[in-house]
Design a protein around this ligand. Structure first.
Ligand code: ADP
Length: 235
């Protein structure tokens, strides 16, 4: 495995409008690592992703990217964040992933069409490319959002709760798909999940947001911390 750091956070505080949600964040992601981000609802996991993706600035501290190598992100947001009012086909949703590299007012080049077919193939969804996104099952939608993230040609993939709200068989298959992409495409992966039993035992790092701070630990340590989070506080 390549041991270069592709993202390094030093004394970072995150939040909105100057109000700190999580502080003293110090960790790095090495190229090729698979990292799981864990923590109660509302603790700041999505905010941490948005900060790493430069959608919002850190309130304090610094984030270093690449250490000499370009970092290209693919982002898989929570499924419900894609507005289903628009009648997009599967193919059109995946095509959105190429817009960052597109020239304004130019038709989609044929190479992009070929590329999105490859991304759809990689997630096992090529046959459904003409279907409406809104008509798919939860697990299928998740695969399409992963294909859209792959269409950006990332070397780092951030996935926000990719297996929440889908049935247990689909959950297992999505984890298998993410694992395969991690290995085949040598992607660095950071994934938010609440489903402890689906976390592969070989993951490189588990990061837990616990009481406004970031804690790094083993799967067992993090599970016991998350049990503490579930204990109701008095008053
Ligand atoms: P998690 O992903 O761990 O469930 P989030 O990072 O989505 O948590 O949210 C953390 C907190 O930040 C929540 O209290 C949420 O209401 C708040 N929050 C999220 N987005 C914004 C925003 N754009 N402006 C202000 N507060 C926000």
């Amino acid at each position: 495995m390549n041991t270069d750091n592709c993202i390094t956070l030093e004394n970072v505080a995150i939040g909105y409008s100057g109000k700190v949600l999580v502080k003293d964040i110090n960790f790095s992601l090495k190229a090729g690592e698979f990292v799981v981000l864990f923590g109660p609802n509302g603790s700041g996991k999505t905010t941490l992703f948005k900060t790493i993706l430069r959608i919002i600035p850190p309130i304090q501290g610094s984030i270093r990217y690449g250490d000499g190598h370009p970092t290209r992100f693919g982002y898989v947001p929570q499924r419900q964040f894609l507005d289903e009012i628009y009648p997009f086909t599967v193919e059109e949703v995946v095509l959105m992933g190429t817009f960052g590299q597109a020239k304004p007012f130019c038709p989609t080049p044929k190479t992009n069409r070929v590329w999105i077919e490859q991304c759809l193939k990689d997630v096992g969804m090529l046959d459904l490319r003409k279907k409406l996104f809104s008509e798919l099952s939860g697990g299928q939608k998740q695969r399409i959002l992963i294909a859209r993230a792959l269409a950006t040609r990332p070397n780092v993939l951030l996935l926000d709760e990719p297996i929440t709200g889908i049935d247990i068989i689909a959950q297992k298959k999505i984890i298998e798909l993410i694992t395969e992409l991690h290995k085949k495409r040598r992607l660095t992966i950071m994934m938010v999940t609440h489903e402890v039993h689906h976390i592969p035992s070989w993951v490189n790092k588990i990061i837990h947001i616990h009481h406004y701070k970031v804690v790094l630990g083993s799967l067992e340590e993090i599970i016991s911390l998350s049990r503490i989070d579930e204990i109701p506080t008095e008053g």
